[in-house]
Design a protein around this ligand. Structure first.
Ligand code: SF4
Length: 326
């Protein structure tokens, strides 16, 4: 009797998985805030902007009764909660919610709020503020919206710093977006200090612990692997930065993917090692999905490369804490 053909052996693949990766304390708090509000008040719960930049998270909250809007004028007159996203909002937004007597709940990450307060203090001291960040990102829109128009100048690059003509050039301070590339920001800060030696700096870096730690882990893993996958959304700033960090650390194939179904397998066909991480708004279940998809095509061995331990926790926004206590 002829023997049945043996299936071709799968090629071996070592997956180096970065730690820390994925959800940060600010994202956990924002998602918990929406879920808590749904439990306490029932649907609908309105959420201004994607609560965090991840379609999977947004879709699962929608299924539970969250209604996502771009602006408050899409919210009807209602007693239902209206939650502001983790990225922070311009002051005009809570002011408008108050004017309309909406029940606003602020899920802005406390580390973004810290930057808002820093900017306010500098402004009170008569300083003009230079914000290092990406134009149009909701966090940047929110930070600029803490102060009157003209109080903050945005710079994205060293070239922007060279062109900058601040109103009082001798009384400046800088703050940054929380999710920037650590290395790019260092270079921009150095350029600012060269041009404006007296510029006031943040007491503690504005780039948050989660961004810094995820980039450090990628720097360790990227030079050791043939390819790198960052699980995250294209509109997630910290996920985009992780992909750039991987490329700069010497990994020639770095891809940002939201779900396993997006993977272009032709790119990964000849690899023997893969680095894997996830942006701060990407849930672990999507990392597992990617590993499973590789395991269908490769004989996978998973190793964790850990560069930091994280134990940061932020309590829920006050309105929901009080509700929980009652
Ligand atoms: Fe907060 Fe950083 Fe997470 Fe943004 S990435 S929500 S600043 S902890």
């Amino acid at each position: 009797m002829p023997l049945a053909p043996t299936p071709a052996a799968k090629p071996p693949l070592t997956v180096l998985i970065c730690a820390p990766r994925g959800f940060c304390a600010g994202v956990v708090r924002a998602i918990d805030a929406v879920e808590k509000a749904l439990t306490v008040y029932g649907p609908p719960v309105y959420v201004r902007h994607e609560i965090v930049h991840n379609k999977y998270v947004v879709e699962s909250l929608k299924r539970k009764g969250a209604v996502f809007v771009d602006e408050l004028d899409e919210v009807p007159d209602t007693t239902a909660p209206v939650i502001f996203s983790a990225h922070g909002v311009p002051k005009a937004v809570p002011n408008e919610a108050e004017r309309r007597r909406l029940f606003g709940i602020d899920a802005t990450c406390p580390l973004v709020t810290k930057v808002h307060r820093e900017a306010e203090v500098h402004h009170k001291r008569g300083r003009h503020i230079v914000l290092i960040g990406h134009a149009g990102h909701p966090e940047v829109v929110g930070t600029m919206g803490q102060l009157p128009s003209g109080a903050i100048s945005l710079v994205e690059t060293i070239a922007d710093v060279e062109r900058l003509v601040p109103p009082p050039a001798d009384n400046l301070a800088y703050v940054t977006q929380t999710t920037l590339s650590v290395d790019d920001t260092e270079a921009i800060v150095a350029a600012l200090k060269r041009r404006f030696p007296a510029i006031a700096s943040p007491h503690k870096e504005d780039i948050c612990y989660a961004t810094t730690n995820r980039q450090e882990a990628v720097k360790r893993v990227a030079p050791q692997v043939d390819a790198m996958i960052v699980v995250g959304s294209p509109n997630s700033s910290n996920s985009q930065r992780l992909k750039e960090v991987a490329e700069r650390a010497g990994c020639h194939i770095a891809r940002l993917v939201l779900r396993a179904e997006e993977i272009d397998w032709t790119v990964f066909s000849g690899i023997r090692s893969l680095g894997l991480t996830a942006g701060a708004s990407a849930p672990e279940i999507l990392v597992e999905e990617i590993i499973d998809a590789f395991a269908e095509r490769f004989e996978v061995t998973v190793e964790t490369v850990s560069t930091a331990d994280e134990s940061v926790f932020f309590p829920l926004p006050r309105a929901l804490r009080e509700e929980a206590a009652e």
